[in-house]
Design a protein around this ligand. Sequence first.
Ligand code: IPE
Ligand code: IPE
Ligand code: MG
Length: 255
Amino acid sequence: MKIDELNLPEGLDPKHIPAHVAIIMDGNGRWARQRLMNRSIGHSEGVNSVNRITRFASDLGVRDLTLYAFSTENWNRPADEVDTLMNLIGETILREAPELRENNVHIRLFGDIDRLPESVRRNLFEGRDLCQSCNGLNLNLCLSYSSRWEITRAVRLIARDVREGRLDPDDIDESVIESRLVTAGIPDPDLLIRTGGEQRISNFLLWQIAYSELYFSPVLWPDFDEKAFADALIQYQNRERRFGMTSEQILSLQK
Ligand code: IPE
Ligand code: IPE
Ligand code: MG
């Protein structure tokens, strides 16, 4: 859909959409518990929100949507919940990939993907490959991901390059570190949203969110809809990002 065909919520400026939005999709379990249902129902409802928000973000012209779907720490959940989540992830990607492709959505997988069950991995690669030539929204799915895992991996890659004489330790700067992260080459998130009411980062993109705007929504992920997403964007649009400078400097840069 074109942005001018969208029924845009009042107050949202279509010319000032953040290029990169990252989301900690939290609250599925509580959504289910409130309805006296099994947590797994909350997770499958959560998939509907993923579809809804992906479509909306793509229509709005967001370049990168980075979704925290399963953390390194989530492996510590009860085995049956982990199984449910893995099956859901594997099924969803295959089911949704054709429509994602129609919407020109490009898929990237971030995290320790080798840790996922083989069958899930296969589905993920198949879904990703189907959308390989798409150049619209980049949908970055974080699976078995944590920021400390990512930074530890980056240090290991750098240490190997030093050992093998490809890199001089004196040449290690921020760009060298950035280039070894799973998000290498992708601009940092402009906006980080966490749904579900908790105000914490839970090991997500610690390096990349150094200057992101943070937005915490009380809405549980399965209830997170276009209106809730637009509310976050409107808040974002009303903030002044100063990057350590003064307000006057920022205003003169905008002229
Ligand atoms: C987020 O919802 C989904 C994952 C972490 C995989 P939760 O399952 O954490 O839901 P709550 O926080 O228990 O409500
Ligand atoms: C964060 O949610 C991870 C994901 C949304 C994938 P959690 O529910 O795992 O976070 P904590 O444990 O409440 O910090
Ligand atoms: Mg949670």
